[in-house]
Ligand binder design. Sequence first.
Ligand code: HEC
Length: 122
Amino acid sequence: MSKQLLKLLPIVLFIIMYACTNDNEEDLFPDSDCDTQNVTYSQTVAPIIQANCLVCHAQNIQTAGINMEGYNNVKIYAQNGFLYGAISHAPGFTPMPYGLAKLPACDIQKIKAWIDAGALNN
Ligand code: HEC
C-alpha cells in the first residue's frame, strides 16, 4: 500500500463506520412483535403490494414503467433490490409508496424476510 493510501485509510474507515451508524431503523431495532415466520408470496407479500402499490404499478397502470402485478413481475424487483430499496426508503431509491406514508415496519420486515428467503412463488 502506498503512503498516499495509508493517509486516506482513517478517512475511509470513518466513512464506513458512519455509514453503519446511519443504518435504517428496521435493521437496527427490529420490531420484536413482528412475526416474519411463515411469510409467503401469496399470503403475505401479494396482499401488501395489492393494498399499497397496485394503484400505481399494475398491469394497466404502469407508473414509471413498473408493473407489480403478479409473482413474475414482483420477483424482478425483489431480486434487483428495487422493491426493498424503495419501501425501506434506502438512499438512492425513490421512497415508496410515492408521496404517501412509509409502510408499517412489520410489513417491510415481512417483505425483506420473503426476499431473503429467495423470493419464492409460495
Ligand atoms: C401514488 C402512486 C404510487 C404508489 C402508490 C406507488 N408508487 Fe412506486 N412509483 C411511483 C412513481 C411516480 C415512480 C417514479 C418516481 C421517480 O423515480 O421519480 C415510482 C417508482 C417506483 C420504483 C422505482 C424506484 C426507483 O428508485 O427508481 C419502485 C421500485 C416502486 N415505485 C415500487 C413501489 C412499491 C413497492 C409500491 C408500494 C409499496 C409503490 N411503488 C407505490 C408511483 C407510485
